[in-house]
Design a binder for this molecule. Structure first.
Ligand code: SAM
Ligand code: SF4
Length: 365
């Protein structure tokens, strides 16, 4: 095993290994995504992290990522570009500050956070404006106080807006830190998508992401606008309008609604889209995705690489008392997924909700 001495060396080696298609990597992960635990201060209507977890898996709900892992991530961050923390709500965990302090000792790696934004106090706002910070993702899901309070129970809408304004004011920059607002589309809020993007533009947010409520869970069925075909059509029209608005105003837009509509109603999609005919897609060339070479997602008891990967390749068991994170980077399953990606066997690795995979399936990969 090569001894890596610096972030620069790791990034260069990582790029070289990707280029030659290595599946056992000597370079270390370039990005980490860490789920600190499942606890949360909010109780959003669509989320399984809070009440349900607490009731059914009460012991699991209390569990957090062990200190050994936090310490190893801090140590490995010397060679990485970014460590993203999420949860549950990451900012209610003391480990969030511990990771920030550890990562910021090394001036090259950044911390990024995915948060509900309700625990962003003055101290966190200062940290977020520092050069050690990368990307702030705030889940908002609404354009009005009323809808926000209905969906993000216990959350305070004005706090999210105020924090965003303060960050822009203190950082005196519209590009650092990068701020994204996220929107989970439901029956209760889909008519606020356009006003939400307008609000984000007003608050100098860099990008917005729209994704559909995970409707595979039966209890969310009624909140899913896709159960109704006419609403699905309406959503496509809104997504088109959102795209035009984003392009005109120069705000980034990650549209994950349209692919979800096309999966449910393939006839509403572009003509060339054929989600079942594997042969028809070979002409679209390779998928450009580097998750399996760059990213290690870590939570208590398991690791994986890509957020949209098929079930087989996620939650790869990890016993922190017996193994270290570094050894998990080249587990057999990750090697197998890398091999399949190199051989173009995307259908057996990529989850059907992955926006990169779907774009590729549509012939725009
Ligand atoms: C589980 S939260 C954890 C981070 C943080 N607490 C937050 O709200 O951003 C991560 C993301 O999952 C989204 N989410 C929660 N429940 C969902 C569901 N049923 N379907 C799709 N996305 C969901 C949230 O809106 C949020 O953007
Ligand atoms: S704030 Fe995030 S983790 Fe908490 S209940 Fe809402 S979506 Fe789930």
């Amino acid at each position: 095993m090569k001894k890596i001495r610096s972030q620069q060396e790791n990034i260069e080696l990582n790029r070289a290994e990707q280029k030659i298609g290595k599946t056992v990597l000597e370079s270390l992960p370039v990005n980490y995504a860490v789920i600190l635990g499942k606890k949360c201060d909010l109780n959003c209507i669509m989320c399984g992290q809070h009440k349900i977890q607490r009731r059914i898996f009460s012991r699991n709900w209390e569990q957090k990522v062990p200190n050994e892992i936090v310490n190893e991530i801090i140590d490995l961050s010397k060679y990485a570009k970014d460590v993203l923390i999420s949860g549950g709500e990451p900012l209610i965990y003391p480990q969030a500050l511990q990771i920030y302090q550890g990562v910021s000792k090394d001036h090259h790696c950044t911390l990024s956070i995915m948060t509900n934004g309700n625990s962003l106090d003055e101290n966190w706002i200062k940290r977020i404006c520092s050069k050690h910070f990368g990307h702030l993702i705030i889940s908002v899901d609404a354009a009005t106080e009323r809808t926000y309070s209905y969906i993000r129970r216990n959350g305070i809408f004005s706090k999210v807006l105020e924090s965003t304004k303060k960050i822009r004011k203190i950082s005196k920059s519209n590009s650092h830190p990068q701020i994204s607002w996220w929107f989970v589309v439901m029956k209760h809020n889909y008519n606020e998508i356009i006003p939400f993007i307008e609000l984000a533009i007003k608050h100098k947010v860099n990008s917005v992401a729209l994704s559909l409520i995970n409707y595979q869970r039966p209890r969310f069925y009624l909140e899913n606008p896709l159960y109704d075909r006419s609403k699905a059509r309406e959503l496509l029209a809104i997504a088109k309008k959102a795209d035009k608005l984003a392009l005109r105003e120069g705000i980034g837009l990650l549209d994950r609604i349209s692919p979800s509509v096309f999966i449910k109603y393939p006839d509403l999609g572009p003509k060339e889209l054929n989600l079942t005919d594997k042969k028809s897609i070979s002409k679209f060339g390779k998928i450009h995705c580097d998750f399996f070479w760059t990213t290690l997602k870590v939570e208590r008891g398991s690791v994986w690489a890509c957020p949209w990967v098929k079930k087989k390749y996620r939650n790869i068991p990890f016993e922190h008392k017996k193994q270290n994170l570094q050894s998990m980077w080249n587990t057999e399953l990750l090697q197998e997924a890398r091999k399949k990606m190199l051989m173009g066997e995307y259908d057996s690795v990529c989850g059907s909700y992955c926006p990169i995979y779907l774009k590729w399936k549509m012939g725009h990969g």
